[in-house]
Design a protein around this ligand. Structure first.
Ligand SMILES: Cc1cc2nc3c(=O)[nH]c(=O)nc-3n(C[C@H](O)[C@H](O)[C@H](O)COP(=O)(O)O)c2cc1C
Length: 206
């Protein structure tokens, strides 16, 4: 499907046909999430795929009811230990020339900024703590758009008891559960949602 069509057609889908999704579609969706950007390419987002109706039935106790009607539910997680390999991932990027034309200039500027004591504010540890959620958010958006491209629908579900779901799927504390992504063939065609105009969103041009 044409890109603009995909982003225009995407809606949160909250009712699904019972028809199962081919495994290769699920794989295509996961592959779209895999292409999402992340800090130093640490690729911290992880997934659990739930298809088993009994597991979905239990999941229903900890989230919104429409989730269980989706043939597939992806539990999107942040793998906190991905930070441990940040340097390795960064070097991989360097090796393939991702920063080739910018490396020296950036390095010089970093040295100046460091001398001037400005780095701390830019690489604020507080902001770092949000990055894993941001990585997952981008990946989830990629997956939702790929679902549309495949004729499927999905809905980002943040209303979930993360601790209970952690227990249900037996996930250890190295992972944070970010959201559920129920996916299936839409059984209705929702009207476009209202959105602010660009003028309302644009604060100023400088
Ligand atoms: C972070 C986030 C959390 C959300 N959580 C829920 C949720 O728990 N339940 C739900 O029905 N929709 C949820 N949504 C979907 C929003 O309600 C939806 O995106 C919004 O109403 C706009 O509609 P649209 O996605 O069809 O354009 C969530 C969306 C986002 C981005």
């Amino acid at each position: 499907m044409e890109f603009n069509e995909v982003i225009k057609l995407r809606r949160s889908i909250r009712k699904f046909k019972a028809e199962p999704i081919p495994d290769e579609y699920v794989n295509e969706i996961l592959k779209a999430g895999r292409l999402a950007p992340s800090v130093s390419n640490i690729q911290s987002t992880r997934y659990l795929v739930i298809k088993n109706p009994e597991v979905k039935e239990k999941l229903n106790e900890y989230t919104v009811p429409f989730v269980k009607s989706a043939p597939v539910v992806i539990v999107c997680c942040a793998y906190k230990k991905a930070w441990n390999e940040q340097e390795k991932r960064f070097l991989e990027l360097k090796e393939i020339g991702a920063f080739k034309d910018f490396y020296e200039e950036t390095k010089q500027q970093m040295e100046i900024l460091e001398k001037e004591g400005k780095v701390e504010r830019m690489a604020n540890p507080e902001i770092f703590s949000y990055y894993l959620w941001q990585h997952a958010a981008i990946a989830i958006d990629h997956m939702m758009l790929k679902a549309v491209d495949l004729g499927l629908g999905s809905c980002w579900v943040g209303f979930v008891d993360r601790e209970k779901v952690r227990e249900l799927v037996n996930l250890d504390n190295d992972y944070d559960i970010i959201a559920l992504l129920p996916i299936g063939y839409p059984s209705y065609n929702p009207a476009p949602r209202s959105r602010f105009s660009v003028d309302q969103l644009l604060l100023k041009e400088l």
